[in-house]
Design a protein around this ligand. Sequence first.
Ligand SMILES: NC(=O)c1ccc[n+]([C@@H]2O[C@H](COP(=O)([O-])OP(=O)(O)OC[C@H]3O[C@@H](n4cnc5c(N)ncnc54)[C@H](OP(=O)(O)O)[C@@H]3O)[C@@H](O)[C@H]2O)c1
Length: 314
Amino acid sequence: MKTRRVAIFGGTGFVGRHLSARLIDCGVEVRVLTRNAQQHRDLKVLPGLTLIEGDPYDAGDRARLVEGCDAVINLVGILNEHGAMTFRKAHVELPKVILETCQKQGIGRLLHMSALNADANKASSLYLRSKGEGENLVHTYARDVAVTSFRPSVIFGPEDSFTNRFAGLLRRVPLAFPLACPDARLAPVWVGDVSLAFIQALDDRCSYGQRIDLCGPKDYTLREIVAFIASTIGVRRAVIGLPDWAARLQARIMEWLPGKPFTLDNYRSLQVPSVCPPGAERCPNSMEALVPTWLGDRHHEIRLQKLRAMARRP
Ligand SMILES: NC(=O)c1ccc[n+]([C@@H]2O[C@H](COP(=O)([O-])OP(=O)(O)OC[C@H]3O[C@@H](n4cnc5c(N)ncnc54)[C@H](OP(=O)(O)O)[C@@H]3O)[C@@H](O)[C@H]2O)c1
């Protein structure tokens, strides 16, 4: 690859860890900024990765991170607001100062993580509006910096908080599983495909200025995904779709719980199908092929298959 050294904001998270490892496999040196190096010290064992503690909102820390890099990747994102950390601060103000840092430090390439359905004016939730605003900003003001932004649907992978969260809940809730927004449509995309899209874009001039949607090979309803996860972990649960009023009530209650497991803003994001338009190019890897590699109990499956085969015998 032509790119030799990359600085990543948000590189300690689910996507960042995967992408960093893949970049290193490609021979790229990776520098990751974190607010808490101790918490992410396991990353230091990756040869080729330098973990730097600092505040992404501090101009000096940003300059220290990107020094000598050919490209910058911004993956910082929050699903919920916490105190002073608002969607605006994370998704608009930070991309703005990261772009300014690239311009000041003479770094000509910026890859920016947005989200499918992000739209500054029309999005259904504050999360998606702020993502849309940040995306517009980096494209509009990108003088001397080639920007590409990525707009994935929900991302799945072994350390995600999507399949693993539903698996955990399904194990804990007996018999019937109440599900908000059961008909929400999603096109989950494999974290490996997302990482590959970033890596391929780094040196690809055709991707300059592009806003790239990333969807997996198939669209599902949330109900189908939860039923698939239940069968993968080998639990029998009736998935009971909540009516809309109950989903909103659930969100209103759960946004007051520690960690805000589900909020009204999350509910609003789910009101618009998170799928790519018909005919759009899709990423190849499916949930069916990959999720069982971290959630599936192969022995359990084989046992079940044997039991079913025995049950079919005359
Ligand atoms: N996961 C998905 O399904 C999905 C779907 C569409 C789009 N996205 C977008 O993809 C990006 C990465 O997602 P992810 O799932 O990897 O997220 P994640 O696991 O939550 O990681 C978020 C990263 O951002 C940093 N961060 C979080 N809050 C911050 C704050 N207030 N100030 C500065 N840094 C902060 C964290 O770094 P430190 O704590 O180490 O400082 C962490 O490395 C996000 O922009 C997200 O919106 C994700």
